[in-house]
Design a protein around this ligand. Structure first.
Ligand SMILES: Cc1cc2nc3c(=O)[nH]c(=O)nc-3n(C[C@H](O)[C@H](O)[C@H](O)COP(=O)(O)OP(=O)(O)OC[C@H]3O[C@@H](n4cnc5c(N)ncnc54)[C@H](O)[C@@H]3O)c2cc1C
Length: 506
């Protein structure tokens, strides 16, 4: 074992939306930060969907990583271990949660629980997050948009030409499509923004030390069990111990829980910070269904996510419970999630003669229907002989089904409208649900709350049980909004950087 003789102000574990953002912000405050990241730099060719390799089975799945599902079957998780984490392959749609998402929200099957603070409290950090990640968007169009301090700093990028008539067609059906807020960069080769670019590359390089290929295994506590005294990591096959005044876990909703559970000790027999027995529980994974529409004209199949529709976010005619969010998925070849939808791909072969992946991509418009789920203590990440096991059953199913069928009705009406020529009537709309292996949107396994008996961290992300341990990733979400968790994770990380500033400055 090698003991690192340097002592840092803060160690951040994981460089995704939460960790990458936080490490950059803390270094800019002048703190001495060590970032431990399990992966390395992702090759540009892997970040860009340059060819139909997108559908290669092992793409977006770390080699040799196997988790196990509820029945004990192995799962190859779709997750990214790299500098930037899952933001290296995300859709870069950065949405704010709506005001009501922070409150007790009645869904069809129960109450989606409130957060320890309201939207107004997080709003200034949403402003900072959008600024840092150069989010391009236009306010005042989406009827569910929460109150904001002025328009986005950057106007939306122009849509692919064939999407504009589709936008008008949707409007004729009474929808209010809007430009999805997207993080963009100026790079031609890698145009979407991510946590490597806007978190790590924005850091003060004198203050931030990045150790890639450093997989954190467990945390060690001091004799009282009240503080983390060392972080144990596997660095290129050797065991290292690192130390800091403050340790922040940001390894993502599955791995943060796994690290805490693996860190059990005499003082913490159920795992670290797990007196409440909530670590690993309440796993929430958005319900995601991909729906394909037949395009009348060819497109290049490689465009960014584009239009959003929230007309059914809070319900529909005769339905007073939330249904969820719709987004144009982007070109099929651009969207990692489509690689996980074999049912769509097999169904589409019936729809498009001479089916081939290129042809499918260029002759279709892809949509995602996204619906939140409720936290359920039985939906959990746990360890079995050090292997990650996931017990998971989706809930809030009817709301999601209603959203999917409502959207297919809307698409059918658009296709029947003679003015809309860019899409064609089709006998079916092939669709497929994301399987359990798609965990990129996961959240909730270390939830925040005021009650130490029912949560893992407090409203600042600080462990209820260990004075110098914090969590800065999507595992702290008490509920799971129907919009993506990315911007909220970034805003929470920026908020944590302020809390840590006060801790250090007194
Ligand atoms: C294909 C795809 C598309 C998506 N599109 C969107 C979108 O458009 N909008 C949106 O809001 N969200 C999107 N998401 C979800 C979004 O990417 C996540 O919500 C977000 O990245 C979560 O941030 P995080 O910090 O919790 O975890 P991550 O970003 O997953 O980062 C975790 C980091 O920890 C590292 N790590 C893990 N274990 C260890 C360990 N033991 N030691 C050291 N490091 C470790 C990982 O390598 C990774 O870098 C998408 C996800 C996927 C997979």
């Amino acid at each position: 074992m090698i003991i690192d003789d340097r002592h840092y102000d803060i160690i951040v574990i994981g460089s995704g939306a939460g960790g990458g953002t936080l490490a950059g912000a803390l270094s800019r405050q002048g703190r001495r930060v060590l970032l431990l990241e399990r992966g390395g730099a992702m090759a540009l060719s892997d970040q860009n969907v340059a060819d139909v390799d997108l559908f290669r089975k092992d793409r977006y799945h770390p080699r040799n990583e196997r988790w196990f599902g509820p029945d004990g079957d192995p799962i190859a998780p779709q997750t990214t271990y790299a500098l930037g984490g899952n933001t290296k392959i995300w859709g870069a749609v950065l949405e704010r949660m709506r005001e009501k998402d922070f409150d007790d929200l009645p869904l069809q099957n129960g109450i989606s629980p409130r957060w320890p603070f309201n939207y107004q409290h997080l709003a200034p950090f949403y402003d900072q997050a959008e600024h840092l990640y150069q989010v391009h968007g236009k306010s005042g169009v989406d009827p569910t948009e929460p109150a904001r301090n002025g328009d986005f700093g950057h106007a939306p990028k122009p849509l692919m030409p064939f999407l504009e008539p589709l936008r008008e067609g949707l409007k004729r059906q009474g929808c209010q499509p809007y430009d999805l807020p997207l993080s963009w960069s100026s790079s031609q080769e890698d145009p979407s923004g991510d946590a490597q670019l806007y978190g790590l590359d924005n850091a003060d390089s004198e203050k931030l030390e990045v150790r890639s290929m450093a997989r954190v295994m467990r945390l060690h506590v001091n004799p009282s069990g009240r503080e983390v005294k060392a972080v144990e990591a596997d660095v290129d096959g050797e065991t290292w111990l690192f130390s800091a005044d403050v340790v922040v876990l940001a390894a993502g909703a599955i791995n943060t829980a796994a690290i805490l559970l693996r860190s059990s000790s005499e003082k913490h027999p159920r795992g670290l910070s797990n007196g409440s027995d909530q670590v690993g529980r309440n796993l929430m994974n958005l319900q995601l269904t991909s729906i394909l529409q037949l395009a009348a004209e060819r497109n290049n199949g490689r465009y960014a996510r584009s239009l959003g529709v929230n007309d059914y976010y809070w319900g529909d005619k005769n339905v007073s419970f939330p249904l969820g969010h719709i987004q144009a998925a982007g070109g099929v070849l651009q969207d990692a999630l489509f690689a996980e939808s074999p049912p769509v791909l097999s169904l589409v072969s019936k729809l498009i003669p001479d089916f081939g992946l290129e042809r499918l991509a260029s002759r279709s418009v892809a949509w995602w229907a996204m619906t939140e789920v409720l936290p359920d203590p039985h939906n959990k990440v746990w360890l079995n002989n050090d292997q990650i096991r996931i017990n998971y059953l989706h809930n809030n199913r009817e709301a999601h089904d209603r959203l999917v069928y409502r959207w297919i009705d809307t698409l059918t009406a658009v296709e029947a409208d003679p003015i809309t020529k860019v899409v064609t009537k089709a006998p079916t709309h092939p669709r497929g649900e994301a399987p359990l292996s798609v965990v990129g949107y996961a959240c909730g396994t270390c939830r925040m709350g005021d009650d130490p008996a029912a949560s893992v961290v407090d409203g600042d992300g600080r462990s209820h049980e260990l004075d110098n341990l914090y969590i800065a990733d999507s595992s702290v979400f008490p509920s799971c909004p129907s919009v993506g968790p990315g911007l909220t994770t970034i805003a929470l990380a920026l908020r944590m950087s302020e809390a840590l500033k006060q801790r250090f400055d007194g």
